[in-house]
Design a protein around this ligand. Structure first.
Ligand SMILES: Cc1cc2nc3c(=O)[nH]c(=O)nc-3n(C[C@H](O)[C@H](O)[C@H](O)COP(=O)(O)OP(=O)(O)OC[C@H]3O[C@@H](n4cnc5c(N)ncnc54)[C@H](O)[C@@H]3O)c2cc1C
Length: 643
């Protein structure tokens, strides 16, 4: 029931949601000078972390670094509020090195709220958005049939605007399940948003139902840590943000703890599966395969004797501990019994029960790679609402959606990052091109060019794009140009610095268990040897200038992985050729002869923007792509002949 009260505001852009996606979208629009309003059902839940108390991790750390390079906020915010930090996968190659930091959740939210509250051109509004306002349009360049005009809140206030970014997360028609107990709330008992879905459906937007789950929170005083393996942070912390001074993040860190489930845990779960809303079929939504509940793990990996459980502090000023690896929707009594079988949790006290949450979100194939709706001009979306899962995935999409809502208003070209430029490009392309039947979680294995898309070179890859859209300052841009030229100069110098087979050099090599030289070589050649590093080679290179650590890191990677990098660059060239082959928005696939039926149907429903994107749609074969390429050549000639 909506009360009609004539409050009418005129602004440039409205952001629905102040979660990880909404915050980035709103800051991007306001920082580009647009009058922006951000809506949330509760201002006390800005940038809330309803699940794991950490930012980053495998591939997610890459997203945060890329977002930071483009001018986003999450990297800076976690550098200010982390309580433990670790670089993961350091025993493997640089492509999978990933930063992960434990956050003080309350501080993270408070700090992000402060940034929003002090941002010019940005207004925070606690209100439930119930309806989008729009008009029919014809002859849209993009073949859209509708145009956004504004939105309406539960109290009847109207906000006229030129663009709307939807970042509603896990709140739309949310319901939380803990065994037989069901509450119609958002996460942490916050108010759900129950009205907007109907408005979206009336605009012809396709909605689907997803679910995710979270583990219980325990009182740390009831945990026996002596039965667990203590997990420490890195001695030298590396910041997420390229703007953070590394000296500012060398803090006293807290510990996490590792323990395991066992056969007793698994037996309790197996014996009570009939009371699990997932296995009793009460839950309708589809859950994330790569963040499975403990019930799913016990059923799907029945051969595993134990599963890892990470006990993580939720913050410095709370006793709440997060039980990572044991999310569940089993009833409270079963939860208590199962948790108390875990070594160290025998006397645990549950502060918050584990639960599953179901919510409405969209099928993202309705979006362009700009995250704009194909059929509705001025409407963009980001985050869990687009069918992804995770703070980092949400923030990355929120930034792109915010930038493109601004570009749309400015009438400028919208930003699309492709799969060879960024994990963000892989994330968005997978969402809008592939069939996603469950919440999408980023992984390094999804990025075919991951040796080029490392978290350590995100600034070299993306600062320029951030500068072009106006979120990166000239000074920051000049810094990265300077860095690039230092790297280039040093790589060249190492390749041109000859090292002879002199006795002292031979002894040096032997002292580092490195094979001696038969003939002269160069420093770069020596640096390719796994047992030798840039630092070790300083003895043979007294003339070298002192270079910043981040430049040395790039020089070492470029030289040690040169062959692999060149091979991947050649693959990217092929990839870009297909991406550049644009498909006209008004192309009628019924006119393309000898296209297989399945491919014709898929292409008509997806409307890919390029042949490259078409080739990634499941059900479209290489043969179909060849047919399409031939037709597009003909189509182009016909258009040219008409002109
Ligand atoms: C119980 C639970 C378990 C999770 N488990 C995992 C996990 O295991 N792994 C993982 O990667 N991620 C998990 N997540 C997901 C993670 O929390 C989200 O990915 C992330 O928070 C999404 O960010 P977002 O910005 O898209 O949305 P959210 O953080 O959900 O924020 C949505 C925002 O929209 C606002 N809002 C919504 N509708 C309206 C409206 N109509 N009007 C006004 N404001 C509105 C809300 O107030 C809120 O500010 C879990 C989330 C929950 C709730």
């Amino acid at each position: 029931m909506v009360i009609n009260m004539e409050i009418r505001e005129k602004v440039d852009v409205c952001i629905v949601g102040a979660g990880h996606a909404g915050c980035e979208a709103a800051l991007a629009c306001a920082r580009l000078g647009l009058e922006t309003v951000i809506f949330t059902v509760s201002v006390d839940s800005i940038a809330l972390m309803p699940c794991n108390p950490n930012v980053g991790g495998s591939s997610k750390g890459h997203l945060v670094r890329e977002l930071d390079a483009l001018g986003g906020e999450m990297g800076k915010n976690i550098d200010k509020t982390f309580i433990q930090s670790k670089m993961l996968n350091v025993s493997k190659g640089p492509a999978v090195h990933s930063l992960r930091a434990q956050a003080d959740k309350a501080e993270y939210s408070r700090s992000m709220r402060k940034v929003l509250e002090n941002q010019d051109h940005l207004t925070i509004k606690q209100a439930e958005v119930c309806e989008l306002l729009w008009e029919e349009i014809e002859d849209s360049e993009k073949k859209a049939t509708k145009k956004i005009k504004g939105l309406k809140t539960f109290t009847g206030a109207i906000y006229e605007c030129k663009a709307v970014v939807l970042c509603t997360g896990t709140y739309l028609k949310a319901r939380c399940l803990c065994g037989e107990a069901i509450t119609y709330t958002g996460p942490n008992g916050l108010q759900a948003a129950n009205h907007l879905t109907d408005s979206l459906l009336s605009m012809g937007i396709e909605i689907q139902r997803f679910k995710t789950g979270t583990p219980a929170r325990m009182d740390r005083r009831s945990i026996d840590f002596s039965k667990m393996e203590e997990q420490f942070g890195d001695e030298r912390v590396i910041p997420f943000s390229f703007s953070t001074n590394p000296e500012d993040v060398q803090i006293d860190q807290v510990s996490c703890y590792l323990t395991y489930t066992n056969e007793k845990t698994h037996e309790i779960i197996r014996n009570n599966l009939d009371r699990s809303p997932i296995y009793a079929g009460i839950i309708e939504g589809t859950g994330p395969r790569y963040c499975p509940s403990i019930e799913d793990k016990v059923v799907k990996f029945a051969d595993k004797e134990r599963h890892q459980v990470f006990i993580e502090p939720e913050g410095l000023h709370t006793n709440e501990m997060y039980v990572g690896g044991m999310s569940s929707s089993l009833p409270e009594d079963v939860q208590l019994a199962m948790y108390r079988t875990v070594p160290g949790l025998e006397n645990c006290k549950i502060v918050r029960n584990a639960y599953a949450i179901e919510y409405d979100c969209i099928n993202p194939k309705q979006l362009y790679p700009t995250l704009g709706f194909k059929d509705i001009e001025g409407l963009y979306s980001g985050g869990q609402f687009n069918g992804s899962s995770g703070y980092e995935e949400a923030a990355a999409q929120g930034l792109i959606a915010g930038i493109n809502a601004a570009q749309f208003i400015f009438g400028k070209e919208e930003l699309v990052l492709d799969r060879s430029e960024a994990y963000i490009g892989v994330l968005i392309d997978d969402l809008v091109t592939k069939d996603n039947f469950e919440p999408y979680r980023m992984m390094t294995s999804r990025a075919e060019y991951r040796l080029l898309l490392r978290q350590d070179n995100a600034d070299l890859r993306l600062r320029e794009k951030g500068y072009q859209v106006g979120l990166i300052s000239k000074e920051q841009y000049d810094d990265v140009i300077r860095k690039k030229s230092l790297i280039e100069k040093e790589v060249k110098r190492l390749k041109n610095t000859k090292i002879g087979a002199a006795k002292s050099n031979q002894e040096f090599l032997e002292s580092h268990n490195s094979s001696t030289l038969k003939t002269g070589t160069c420093l770069a050649e020596l640096l390719c040897r796994p047992e030798l590093s840039y630092d070790i080679l300083k003895e043979l290179d007294p003339e070298r200038e002192v270079l910043p650590d981040d430049v040395i890191e790039q020089v070492e990677i470029e030289i040690k992985y040169e062959g692999y990098i060149e091979r991947q660059l050649r693959q990217v060239e092929q990839f870009k050729k297909m991406e550049k082959k644009k498909i006209p928005v008004d192309l009628n696939y019924d006119d393309v002869p000898s296209l297989r039926l399945e491919a014709r149907q898929k292409l008509k429903s997806f409307h890919p923007v390029s042949v490259g994107q078409a080739s990634r749609i499941s059900g479209v074969s290489p043969a179909d792509i060849s047919v399409l390429l031939v037709y597009l050549e003909q189509y182009k000639r016909n258009v040219e002949n008409k002109e």
